[in-house]
Design a protein around this ligand. Structure first.
Ligand SMILES: C[S@@+](CC[C@H](N)C(=O)[O-])C[C@H]1O[C@@H](n2cnc3c(N)ncnc32)[C@H](O)[C@@H]1O
Length: 252
């Protein structure tokens, strides 16, 4: 997650989000699936001493780090364990709600979205940022490998992994008015497998191979050679991957 936060594409999306959320002193912001809390804490700067940030995440472990990160924050910051599908917050209680890269992990993203809308006051702003894994490409000089990866990524299995490009339609379907949308692509052009187990902010190539096996694009006995081809290309400096993230800011 720290790696993902360093991607220039993430930095651009978060700066764009900050401009479009237009938070003002004294407002209340909810971050659903806040993870390590750094995006919420950066936005807390705009809420001043009288504002409040609430971060909700299903993982107590994430929140332990988020609380440590919050020590120097101005204003009130609360991180609590909770489920995006059943928020323990009153109706109309936030001026703004954000959720980044979380809906893609939730089996019923529409319930989570309707919870965000429920706790947002009329006229409040909603910001959603998410990945669309069907945009993932890998170029290691092997067209067959690239096509198998694309095919595996196109199909959603057990989770809405391609929700990014649907965000705009989803907020409209939930009765909100989109104010602005954005998309940013992260590209990896180098990776030294001896220095890091995976490209910065990305899953390991072993887990990519597992995904291809699940999707029927790779036989179990081909996994080792698949990973070897990618690592070998990275050593030869013939390695590129890309992934697009989408964002929408809407008003209730
Ligand atoms: C990829 S991380 C993104 C974290 C952070 N928003 C960011 O962009 O850096 C996804 C987060 O969603 C949380 N999460 C997954 N399912 C959730 C649920 N049902 N309710 C709340 N949080 C959830 C995970 O624990 C994790 O912290």
């Amino acid at each position: 997650m720290d790696g993902t936060a360093r991607w220039p594409a993430t930095i651009r999306l978060r700066a764009w989000e900050r401009d479009h959320l237009n938070l003002v002193e004294g407002e209340r912001l909810l971050d659903v699936g806040c993870g390590l809390g750094e995006a919420a804490l950066a936005l807390a700067e705009d809420l001043g001493d009288t504002g409040e940030v609430v971060g909700v995440d299903i993982s107590a472990e994430m929140l332990r780090v988020a609380r440590a990160n919050a020590r120097a924050a101005r204003g009130s910051v609360l991180f609590r364990v909770g489920d995006a599908g059943a928020l323990d917050e009153p109706n109309d209680s936030f001026d703004a709600v954000r959720s980044e890269r979380t809906l893609q992990w939730i089996r019923d993203p529409l319930s989570a979205l309707s919870e965000m809308v429920r706790v947002l006051r009329p006229g409040g702003r909603l910001s959603l940022i998410d990945t669309d894994w069907s945009t993932f490409t890998i170029d290691v000089g092997n067209r067959d490998l690239a096509e198998r990866v694309s095919e595996a990524m196109r199909t959603e299995r057990n989770r809405p992994s391609n929700i990014g490009s649907r965000l705009h339609d989803l907020v409209q379907g939930a009765g909100l008015t989109p104010l602005s949308r954005n998309a940013q692509t992260h590209t990896w052009t180098e990776w030294n497998p001896d220095e890091t187990p995976a490209p910065d902010g990305c899953f390991s190539m072993e887990s990519l191979a597992d995904d291809l096996v699940d999707a029927g694009q790779l036989a179990a006995n081909e996994q080792a050679s698949f990973v070897h081809q990618i690592r070998d290309a990275a050593y030869r400096n013939q390695f590129a991957m890309s992934l697009t993230m989408y964002a929408v800011v809407a008003t209730a």
